[in-house]
Design a protein around this ligand. Sequence first.
Ligand code: SF4
Ligand code: SF4
Length: 308
Amino acid sequence: MGDADKTITVMNLERFATHDGPGIRTAVFVKGCPLHCPWCANPETQSLGPVHFVDGERCVGCGECARSCPNGAISLVTEGGRRRPRVDPARCSGCRACERACLREAIVLQGHVMSVGEVLSVAERDRDYYEASGGGVTLSGGEPLMFADTALAFLREARVRGLDTAVETTGNVAFETLRAVEPYVDHFLYDVKSLDESSLRNVVGGSVKLNQEGLRWLAARCPDKINARVAVIPGFNFDDEELKGIIDWLWEIGVRRVNLLPYHTLGLGKYAKLGRDYACSRSSLRDEDLEELHEYALSRGMESKVGA
Ligand code: SF4
Ligand code: SF4
């Protein structure tokens, strides 16, 4: 099977994206992530199993979706005095019968299995825009490097088609994967969430050691490809000393570009559709809240930007 024939579960394919690497890009959000950040703006990408959005405004609790499911994966539960469907991902085969059965279009299975070739054919429609703006394709998630074979196939095929490539990664991936994809990646948008091992492990389930090992290697090998991304999260890392410590560490290892990302609540509505609680602040940060950190990064000689 060639690279173009490999399949990938695409949760969202966003054309004309301007916050996922340089220029105008097509951002491809894939499923699966080793972390579980409670502030994640794309919570539907976190799990490996199928995920359904249920729109609580549209759903009338009629149960047609449950009756249509050939696998008995849907049960009706009562929440806040209203009946709504709950899907057992372990029993779901992804047939979409529930979607078709719902006359109110209230239940939607998230994601589509596509071949790498299909995804890149969509992306190639905007080649003129990429060439005019210095853009290309961005592989994002979830954690797009979680499945090394698929990521490699996507990036290699994009390179064959002459497309500029970016990867948005949590850095919580096997070092061998990073090494395998690096020759096919033009830009790494690399998350640094914390330097504190126990905080990272307890809150999001990641490893500082793994995150640092990968970035240190990239910084030594191809510093010009790196944009470190520091999401500033109230109650997690919104602390002067911690954030300046991250900037200092980036400088020490040779990273020279950083994006400071103010916490936002844009993904909040998705949690309700997934039947999940949202445990983080309901107030976004403003760009001005990161001004002091931005000035600090500039004073260290970094190229710093507030926002993606
Ligand atoms: S999702 Fe649609 S079919 Fe299922 S209970 Fe709600 S309204 Fe009925
Ligand atoms: S996608 Fe198919 S198997 Fe999954 S819950 Fe819907 S009807 Fe059932």
